[in-house]
Design a binder for this molecule. Structure first.
Ligand code: GTP
Ligand code: MG
Length: 306
């Protein structure tokens, strides 16, 4: 209960918006009529569940209502919980870090400002607390501040970071980092990449190059390409995903800033439309604010059991 309580507490904006809206609608004494369905649909859409997924959920409910399987709004609430859980569950696939080869290389990608560097710091902290040795690679060489930001996290967390100067070839930094990780037999190497370049094409080219260099140096790598998405960007997150997927492949997702959005529904849309593993959710700016995605826990925070 403790953990569950805390996740709910972190999702305060969603609690005030989506969660309260749903419970006002479905856990009171409303009749099951057309107006109610319209309001439910609007609520799902406004929480960023998306058109397709909202339609899917609404269809499921109306079919069950027409078969008299759902008699009142409470039953609708339960059915909605069940459908959402079925959507989320396949995406609950925690990142499993193999013991060999070393290092396990995680390449972190995403557009600027989504929370890549912060997520890396949180993840490094998590792994370190788990007894794993971590090295960071500062491959966002586009901005001086980016290298400094990663270095200062590394210092705070007391873990090594491989970096060069601003404007250095990002792929060369990554090459050095993989070599260093191999020499030190470090468990995990996390590569921070740029979210911004002169053009989106430049960015994608650089990321492809980084990916190639990792793969040349360590033939199975990267073992994870983690795409970081800001939950507050809504449906735009889907187009970001398709760009990165096409350029470098994406093996897992981290959804950040769920604490700051009233629209926790993007995670449901993402799960249904992509089925990709949601490795982590970010619920704050502190080093402890990264959680493994657990479908039931998220569901219970979003739509608490009545
Ligand atoms: N509230 C909240 N803020 C977050 C979360 N994750 C990241 N942030 C904040 O988002 C801002 C941007 O985070 P960064 O980690 O610098 O993002 P980035 O993707 O590395 O950005 P670039 O390096 O510019 O591409 C920072 O102020 C973070 O503290 C989160 O889960 N919740
Ligand atoms: Mg960054």
């Amino acid at each position: 209960m403790g953990l569950l309580g805390r996740l709910r507490d972190k999702l305060t904006a969603t609690q005030r918006g989506f969660t309260r809206g749903l419970s006002d609608l479905l856990l009171g004494n409303r009749a099951l009529d057309e107006t109610l369905f319209e309001e439910l649909e609007t609520l799902l859409l406004s929480a960023d569940v998306g058109v397709d997924t909202t339609r899917f959920l609404m269809q499921g409910i109306t079919v069950q209502v027409s078969r008299k399987q759902l008699k009142d709004t409470r039953a609708v609430y339960q059915a909605l919980r069940q459908s959402i859980l079925s959507i989320l569950e396949p995406c609950q696939q925690p990142l499993a870090i193999a013991a060999s080869p070393k290092p396990f290389v995680i390449m972190v990608v995403g557009v600027n400002g989504v929370g890549k560097t912060t997520t890396i710091a949180k993840l490094a902290n998590r792994l370190k607390n788990n007894g794993q040795s971590v090295t960071l690679a500062a491959a966002d060489t586009f901005r001086a501040a980016a290298i400094e930001q990663l270095k200062s996290w590394a210092e705070r967390l007391d873990i090594p970071v491989i970096a060069q100067h601003t404007g250095a070839d990002a792929a060369a930094v990554v090459h050095d980092a993989v070599k260093a990780g191999m020499a030190r037999r470090c468990d995990v190497l996390i590569v921070d990449t740029a979210g911004r370049q002169h053009t989106q094409e430049d960015l994608m080219d650089e990321l492809k190059k980084i990916r190639r260099v990792i793969n040349k140096t360590l033939p199975e790598g990267p073992h994870e390409v983690l795409l970081v998405l800001d939950a507050g960007t809504g449906q735009n997150a889907l187009s970001q995903l398709s760009h990165f997927r096409e350029a470098v492949g994406v093996s897992g997702l981290a959804l950040t800033k769920l604490d700051g959005t009233a629209k926790g529904g993007i995670l449901i849309a993402m799960a249904r439309l992509t089925g990709l593993p949601i490795r982590f959710i970010g619920v704050g700016e502190g080093t402890d604010d990264l959680r493994e995605f657990i479908a039931q826990e998220y569901l219970d925070a979003l739509l608490p059991p009545p």
